[in-house]
Design a protein around this ligand. Structure first.
Ligand code: SF4
Ligand code: SF4
Length: 150
């Protein structure tokens, strides 16, 4: 198996560098989510973690678990719990044995680099109207449910 991952790997076979390279940086997992108590459906909101920078980077990466208890920490052993990740998330795709999207950085072949960058930017939450979660009272989060993350 080599970059860009041919053939499609199993998550368990990835070393740490390969594991980290799977993340395309879309930052969708840093959006606040609400779970229906009745049927466990997960709804994404347009409320992003207060520690996200304007260019979609975590500003507290080393201390994220300490500062944000519900910060997502993806681990191989939790893979079966990944069902709520967006359907573009590479960890979910690989776990479901689905090839990565063509715009993924690992598929960023020279001939389609321009297209990939354009499409990839559209996948990032930076192209959407998002609001810092600490500016909206929690009881109002339901009003911020969105449908652009599936
Ligand atoms: S949703 Fe997946 S690909 Fe996107 S930032 Fe989170 S872990 Fe990375
Ligand atoms: S603390 Fe966690 S949820 Fe917040 S921006 Fe960093 S990685 Fe995302």
């Amino acid at each position: 198996m080599s970059f860009p991952f041919t053939p499609l790997p199993f998550l368990d076979d990835l070393d740490q560098k390969q594991w980290e390279s799977l993340c395309d940086g879309c930052a969708k997992c840093c959006l606040q989510k609400l779970e229906d108590d009745f049927d466990s459906t997960v709804y994404y909101t347009n409320l992003v973690c207060q520690y996200m920078s304007d260019d979609c980077r975590c500003t507290v990466y080393q201390k994220r678990q300490e500062l944000v208890p519900n910060c997502v920490w993806l681990k191989k052993e939790d893979v079966e719990n990944f069902y709520w990740l967006p359907n573009t998330c590479s960890y979910r795709l690989v776990n479901e044995r689905t090839p990565l999207a063509l715009w993924h950085p690992l598929n960023d072949l020279e001939k389609n680099a321009k297209i990939s960058n354009t499409v990839r930017n559209k996948q990032s939450i930076s192209s959407q109207k998002i609001i810092k979660d600490n500016t909206v009272p929690e009881q109002d989060w339901e009003e911020h449910i969105i449908n652009w993350v599936e």
